[in-house]
Design a protein around this ligand. Structure first.
Ligand SMILES: Nc1ncnc2c1ncn2[C@@H]1O[C@H](COP(=O)(O)OP(=O)(O)OP(=O)(O)O)[C@@H](O)[C@H]1O
Ligand SMILES: [Mg+2]
Length: 368
């Protein structure tokens, strides 16, 4: 196939005086782009990278892509991660991964939590703040956790995110509102282990975008492959990171990533984590790939809470959680990339009829 890789390179991003140093921390590096293009080529495809901005309208048609491999985060607006896919839909060009509505929804953590809570899925109680002086709801109890509503890569997350009283809370809300120019998401602070579960595939069966009302209904996971869970080994980071997967841990300290993969969890916990991952994937209407972040409440029997679902999980060949999880199963970066590609291609009917995609969907000579 002819595959256009759509992404936004950190080095191509706009800059201005006084810009926050972490402004573009969630955009991609050349290392990531080169590895994905190479992986697609090793998979037998013609692949080329395109910076995902308005120029796509002119640059893409001459390339005549069969499908785009989309990891574009874009720069501006409250639904930025859905912008490149919206252009593709207007041009009627297929693309991998979740579609416009799911991407916009998953970028907004508060909206995501409303959808999860509606379906009875466990996510920390929360309140969204668009102004500093909004009164605190009665059911919100300290300690709380304050973060931006629509960022990734730990942006705006540091030890100061944990707040113990009204003064700290208001100070942190103000910091988020002014620095990131978006609502602050305030949640109950979940003290405990941190685990993330990657998933590749698409649900089969009568799943729609909702959960059955009956709690005893069969747990449908057919069509999804769960990667081994990754635990961030938070105890090994400097005390000033406060046991959190902070922006600093995800960027400056990323080359010395301390993790346990597969995470040491018992069979029952693994079944629950995978089920919640499938359920979040389902109610958010995701496609092809996602990663769900959890915290286990140490004060409540390690009860798992869903923090968020990442519809564009990082795909850096060395340091991204999803890639490390695949590697823990003996699946290379290139095999992971080609598996995501084929899942997308199958949804658009671009593969021979009746083909069953296994995991990994391709075994390739290049191993990393
Ligand atoms: N309610 C909470 N209680 C305790 N810690 C939290 C809570 N919410 C977030 N955290 C900590 O902050 C980190 C980042 O939060 P979250 O996953 O929501 O943001 P992110 O920056 O979008 O992450 P990603 O890089 O996965 O996109 C979590 O990994 C966790 O360590
Ligand atoms: Mg996260």
């Amino acid at each position: 196939m002819r595959v256009a890789l759509l992404a936004n390179l950190k080095k191509n991003a706009p800059s201005w005086p006084g810009m926050s140093p972490d402004q573009w921390d969630d955009l991609d590096s050349e290392e990531t782009i080169e590895a994905i293009v190479k992986g697609l080529q090793v998979g037998g495809h013609e692949a080329e990278f395109f910076e995902a901005n308005l120029s796509l309208v002119e640059t893409l048609p001459p390339f005549r892509p069969d499908i785009c491999f989309n990891i574009a985060e874009s720069h501006w607006g409250d639904s930025r991660e859905s912008q490149a896919p919206a252009l593709l839909e207007m041009m009627r060009i297929p693309y991998t991964g979740s579609r416009v509505m799911s991407l916009a929804l998953a970028l907004d953590k508060a909206m995501t939590k409303r959808v999860l809570a509606f379906h009875g899925l466990p996510t920390p109680p929360f309140q969204s703040f668009e102004r500093m002086d909004e009164p605190l709801d009665d059911d919100m109890t300290f300690p709380m956790f304050v973060k931006p509503t629509r960022e990734g890569t730990g942006m705006g997350v540091s030890a100061k995110s944990i707040v113990h009283n009204e003064l700290e809370l208001r100070r942190q809300i103000k910091e988020i509102l002014t620095r990131y120019r978006q609502p602050a998401l305030v949640e109950h602070y979940i003290d405990g282990r941190e685990i993330t579960v990657g998933v590749v595939g698409n649900l089969r069966g009568p799943v729609a975008r909702r959960m059955p009302g009956d709690e005893d209904a069969p747990r449908i996971t057919a069509g999804l492959h769960f990667l081994p869970p990754l635990e961030v080994d938070l105890a090994r980071y400097p005390a000033e990171e406060a046991g959190l997967y902070t922006g600093r841990v995800k960027t400056e300290l990323a080359d010395d990533f301390y993790y346990l993969c597969p995470a040491p969890v018992d069979e029952e916990m693994l079944i629950d984590l995978n089920w919640y991952t499938a359920a979040a994937f389902r109610v958010m209407g995701c496609a092809d790939v996602a990663r769900v972040d959890f915290r286990l409440d140490r004060h409540n029997n390690d009860k798992p809470y869903i923090l968020e679902i990442n519809t564009l999980p990082g795909l850096n060949p060395r340091i991204s959680d999803l890639v490390i999880e695949a590697r823990a199963e003996g699946v290379s970066h290139a095999e992971l990339i080609n598996s995501i590609l084929l899942q997308g291609a199958a949804r658009y009917g671009l593969l021979p009829k009746g083909i069953q995609l296994n995991w990994p969907a391709a075994r390739l000579p290049l191993s990393d």
